[in-house]
Ligand binder design. Sequence first.
Ligand code: ZN
Length: 197
Amino acid sequence: MKFSLLAILALAAICIVHAEDKPQTDPKAMPAPVIVKTDEEWKKLLNDEQFKVTRQQGTERPFGDIYKEFEKQGEGTYYCVCCGSELFTSKEKFHSGCGWPSFYDSSKANGVLERVDNSHGMRRVETVCKRCGAHLGHVFEGEGFKTPTDRRFCINGVALKFVAKGGAAPKLLEVESAEVQKKKDEVAKEAGEAPKK
Ligand SMILES: [Zn+2]
């Protein structure tokens, strides 16, 4: 399919300029992520592009290979590439033509949080993984898409791990902080067990 330059520019504008969006969640009431890691720790788990997008609020190139793959994917579930939390399903997927994976809603698992993003001189609503704080993309609304919500979760494909229907969900990344280990030891001690080393 051929796009004229004008059409591509118009689509890019749709994808970027949405100053009127309002967050659904009060940012002050945002729960802190359960999984907290340093950049060095994340770098060991992610490739360069995944790290740039999810941990440094990057944006992948539109209409890239990941997007082409996304367009071909059938029924299934989309998980956070960082921590394995369920974020979206194919039920909420739709074709927006903007060059990034698009969903009209997040999955019923409620793994996606929304917060105001004032970077790059724009007021947008950022979407992040509730469990690990990974940057996923942005959400726009009232664009006139004929979907049940008229919202568009514009998501970076590299932030998602797709598992086709019937496949095994990825293993959830374990919370492994010194703080959590201390608590576990305390609980074990109270229960009369020797602390785990
Ligand atoms: Zn996550």
